[in-house]
Design a protein. Structure first.
Length: 413
């Protein structure tokens, strides 16, 4: 026994007979926890309630999507010159969407009553707007400061001259002495860009103008109102609170009626602003009140230590807000800002109640054309409007998700 123990101890003293020098290769995750199967288990079948909701949603999709696809695509009429092409026939008993009607009215839906010879101005406005949006939305774009100046200063002025022309006030100023060169320039612009009153604007043009002005002006005004509501100055705080609560306490239609109907009663007729301008002011003020509460929520989420740190390094109030507080507050409230923006874009359809010929109003007028009077004309027009708003709103939502994920990358590190 002693010999065996001695040999065993000697073996142990020599060390193990084999030591792995190469690490083991990582094993793949279980198939039930990765790939499509894992995604389905985690997102759709993770529990009894989730399974029940998944089944209900699947049944709703099966119930809604096939008939909708059949109406919009399979049985749809894509080419035609009048109502007879969209009516049911013995060879085509099922009536689908009359897309031929949409193609025939697409210019009316886009420009409204804007003069045909001047519609290139609207197209150029869309191009300028697209350039500005891409420049501002592209986070790695060169010269973003220059892009901001273009988007907020150059493009609005150029768009106004393109769409409306030279206003009479500028023409009068151009005839003042010592600035005769300005008169010649304005006369040349007036010849190239004749004045088009806003009563001839309509369709997508009006919808994009109202939405763009509302979105651009609501955020800065909302930020000022949010700061005013948190101000230590009683007068500023009281004014901000009254404005925000009053505007948020009434529907948008009421604000539009007040801006369009009541405002001219309090000013001389010569000072009465344009109807579209009244709607733009009403929409901007209404959305800015909601945006103020969104920004205020972000300001309240900033820890007190951020303010104290800014004071410790000697920053003033506006420097603190501009460099430290507002960037963090706006980052936190990106989902709410986008939600308010999407709601504003859809609420632009309400301007038709004050007589402004927006996109939805052109569809209402187009479906009354007897040349296209069919049982499916109205449905097709509203389906086209739904697709239009879906594309724009979904695009804004996806871009916001992208920006939010990119800004959150720094926190994960």
């Amino acid at each position: 026994m002693s010999d065996i123990a001695t040999r065993t101890d000697a073996k142990l003293m020599e060390g193990p007979a084999f030591v792995r020098t190469m690490p083991l290769l990582p094993l793949p995750p279980p198939m039930a926890a990765s790939g499509a199967i894992g995604w389905l288990r985690w997102n759709l079948f993770s529990g009894p309630l989730n399974i029940a909701l998944t089944v209900v949603c699947a049944l709703l999709i099966v119930w809604i999507v096939p008939p909708l696809f059949k109406f919009l695509v399979v049985d749809a009429v894509w080419n035609g010159a009048g109502r007879t092409d969209c009516l049911a026939t013995p060879g085509h008993p099922e009536m689908g969407a009359c897309w031929a009607y949409v193609f025939d009215k697409i210019s009316f839906f886009t420009y409204g009553f804007y003069p045909i010879e001047g519609r290139w101005r609207v197209d150029l406005f869309f191009v300028l707007l697209a350039v500005g949006v891409v420049w501002m939305a592209w986070l790695n774009a060169p010269q973003r400061g220059l892009g901001a100046a273009y988007f907020f200063i150059v493009m609005p002025l150029a768009s106004f001259l393109l769409l409306y022309g030279v206003p009479e006030v500028l023409v009068g100023i151009g005839h003042w002495p010592r600035i005769g060169w300005l008169s010649a320039l304005l006369d040349a612009l007036n010849h190239v860009l004749p004045r088009v009153p806003t009563t001839q604007w309509g369709g997508v043009l009006v919808t994009v103008v109202v939405a763009s002005v509302g979105i651009v002006f609501s955020l800065p005004i909302g930020i000022l109102l949010a700061l005013g509501r948190r101000s230590r100055l009683p007068a500023v705080r009281l004014f901000s609170v009254i404005f925000i609560e009053f505007v948020r306490g009434v529907p948008l239609i009421t604000v539009l009626f007040m801006a369009s109907v009541m405002l001219p009663l309090f000013v001389p007729e010569s000072w009465s602003p344009d109807k579209l301008l009244r709607a733009l002011v009403g929409v901007s003020l209404f959305s800015s009140a909601y945006m103020a509460e969104v920004v205020r929520a972000g300001l309240q989420a900033i820890p007190k230590g951020q303010y104290e740190a800014a004071m410790a390094v000697g920053l003033g109030y506006w420097q603190t807000m501009r460099l430290i507080v507002l960037p963090q507050a706006l980052k936190i409230t990106i989902p709410n800002i986008v939600n308010t923006t999407i709601g504003l874009f859809k609420d632009t359809t309400l301007v038709f109640v004050v007589g402004i010929f927006d996109f939805l109003m052109t569809i209402e007028a187009g479906r009354a054309d007897p040349a296209w009077a069919t049982p499916v004309t109205s449905t097709t027009g509203y389906a086209f409007a739904a697709i239009f708003y879906l594309i724009f709103c979904y695009g804004m939502s996806r871009y916001a998700r992208f920006v939010e994920a990119r800004l959150a990358a720094g926190d994960r590190r």
